[in-house]
Design a protein around this ligand. Structure first.
Ligand code: M6R
Length: 542
């Protein structure tokens, strides 16, 4: 995960770049850098967090110019050092490159380029792009990036500048998103709309394979086969405030507190309150369409996969047909399970996750219609799916999904209520309508939750246990614990503990036990007794 910003306009580029990088710091924060074009490339980059780069820029007057690129990095190839920070330059310091993604064939290219005399300074995969461009450059940076892209394998969002074309930023995208904000007399590029929103809400989304040239004359785009294309401008649905912290100490906390509103937005216009019925016409989905399939595959990654697992039972009960949930990265190993009688439901907050996108494409290739449950409008998954049910959770700035997950589960609950029809649908709708208020009641308990969290903070390991739907939720809880606190956490189907893992429950071990389904309560109490008997410290969620 990294972040890219690019600028062409009338402001001091470095100011726009640093502002954009502040919005993207959540994407990566082990090093950062900028390159501003004047007669030459002025590069400032450093390991460490963004304030360090800001201090360096401030202490080095003369980083001026109206065109530039910036990057915030989360290291994959090469340790987070000053040298490995982006931008990377060619041998003569005339071409600067920032990159998100991974160049799979970088080792091979590096060997070839080094054999031809190129001098490499970093351990990154990205630097090969700068040297490749140096070899291919014949006076047209955009053409040269198109040629270079044809030699790369892997995934990339690239922003490139050259002192030979000081008014130009060239972008290229392949399985890693890029968007261009169109302001008055200025263009701001970003790997995420959050980087751009401060300046404009008019966005041009680049498609996979596109190369774009940004200059004072505007945007020119070529598609993957090199044909000039027009990509339309779209109004971004959220304003800049949605991507601010709004008084919260950090974005994750803000997004946790946004859950009631996120759920309200997911439901908005999709429930006929007078008849307690679900209406998903905006997604082009109705009961007849859903019941026309023999089975359903839900495919997603990470948190979105957990949301799929939470929705699985609901959908299966409603449809009375098999529903299974795949990880995007695993689906490619057994795609034959999908055909035109299978509905593929793709779940993704960003709409850009490469494994999920690859699964979508494979499912469609096999004739399976795809319904995408996506948060980001205009994202690649939203564009490539047959139908789209937007979760409308608002921008996710914290990398740890919270409100996006809740909204995904609600979208799946809506889908299953619609599929069920009758009394089940009416009951579900009533429950869903109460959900925002119930979420508020949970959030009001924040002081008590904080007390519990403080007690757990010193633990090295934790368990999350539950049955049925609670087991799916336990998996998401354990992921959040690992991702945010770096405490090792395992989610277990509560009835499975006795088949071996109980040995790990010892005095003081935290066990978060979820019990939210009445029918399973007695069984869960039994499992709680089991772990308590071994000295576990149980936190009950009920
Ligand atoms: O944008 P997506 O929902 O497709 O992202 C998939 C995962 O990378 C994502 O859900 C990830 O697991 C969470 N952000 C972790 O909190």
């Amino acid at each position: 995960m990294c972040g890219i910003v690019g600028y062409v306009g009338h402001r001091q580029a470095v100011e726009v770049l640093l502002e954009g990088l502040r919005r993207l710091e959540y994407r990566g924060y082990d090093s950062a850098g900028v390159a501003v074009v004047n007669h030459r490339l002025q590069v400032v980059k450093t390991a460490g967090r963004l304030p360090r780069l800001e201090a360096m820029v401030a202490s080095r007057p003369g980083v001026d110019g109206f065109v530039g690129i910036g990057h915030t990095r989360w290291a994959t190839h090469g340790a987070p050092t000053d040298t490995n920070a982006h931008p990377h330059l060619d041998c003569h310091g005339r071409i600067g490159v920032v990159h998100n993604g991974i160049i799979d064939n970088f080792a091979e290219l590096k060997e070839q380029l080094a054999a031809r005399g190129h001098r490499f300074r970093s351990d990154t995969d990205t630097e090969v792009v700068a040297h490749l461009l140096e070899e291919l450059y014949r006076g047209d940076l955009a053409a040269c990036v198109r040629q270079a892209a044809a030699r790369l394998r892997g995934s990339w969002a690239l922003a490139v500048v050259s002192s030979d074309e000081p008014g130009v930023v060239v972008l290229a995208r392949h399985d890693s998103p890029l968007v261009v904000g169109v302001g008055d007399g200025e263009l701001v590029a970003g790997s995420d709309p959050a980087a751009v929103l401060r300046w404009t809400r008019r966005m041009v989304y680049l498609h996979n394979g596109d190369v774009a040239r940004l200059s004072q004359e505007g945007i020119q785009v070529w598609d993957g086969s090199g044909r000039p294309v027009l990509r339309p401008e779209q109004e971004f649905p959220w304003d800049a405030r949605a991507a601010e912290r709004g008084g919260y100490p950090h974005f994750m906390l803000k997004e946790i507190h946004e859950q009631p509103d996120a759920v309200q937005n997911t439901l908005h216009g999709r429930i006929r309150a007078d008849r307690l019925e679900v209406d998903l016409q905006d997604a082009g989905v109705d009961r007849a369409w859903l019941s026309g399939f023999q089975r359903v595959m839900v495919v997603a990654c990470g948190t979105a996969w957990h949301a799929g697992l939470a929705g699985q039972g609901l959908l299966e009960d409603a449809l009375g047909r098999p529903v299974w949930v795949e990880l995007g990265s695993e689906f490619r190993h057994r795609p034959h399970r999908v055909d035109e009688r299978t509905l593929t439901v793709v779940v993704s907050q960003s709409g850009e996750t490469a494994d999920t996108l690859a699964a979508l494409r494979e499912a469609r290739r096999r004739g399976s219609p795809v319904l995408a449950i996506v948060n980001v409008e205009g994202s690649t998954i939203a564009r490539e799916a047959d139908r789209v049910l937007y979760t409308r959770a608002g921008p996710e700035v914290a990398v740890a999904s919270t409100k996006a997950y809740t909204a995904q589960v609600v979208a799946l609950a809506l889908l299953s209520a619609l599929a069920a029809g009758g009394e089940v649908e009416r009951r579900r709708v009533q429950e869903l309508l109460q959900l925002p208020q119930r979420l508020r009641q949970v959030l009001e308990q924040e002081p008590r939750i904080r007390e519990v969290a403080v007690q757990l903070a010193a633990s090295e390991h934790a368990f999350y246990i539950g049955r049925g739907l609670d087991w799916a939720v336990a998996m998401e809880g354990a992921l959040k614990m690992k991702e945010i606190s770096y405490i090792h956490a395992e989610a277990y189907a509560a009835g499975e503990l006795k088949h071996g893992t109980l040995a790990l429950i010892e005095e003081g071990r935290p066990v978060v036990a979820l019990s939210t389904q009445r029918a399973l309560q007695a069984k869960m109490l039994g499992n709680i007794q089991e772990v308590k008997a071994r000295g576990a410290r149980v936190v009950g969620v009920t």
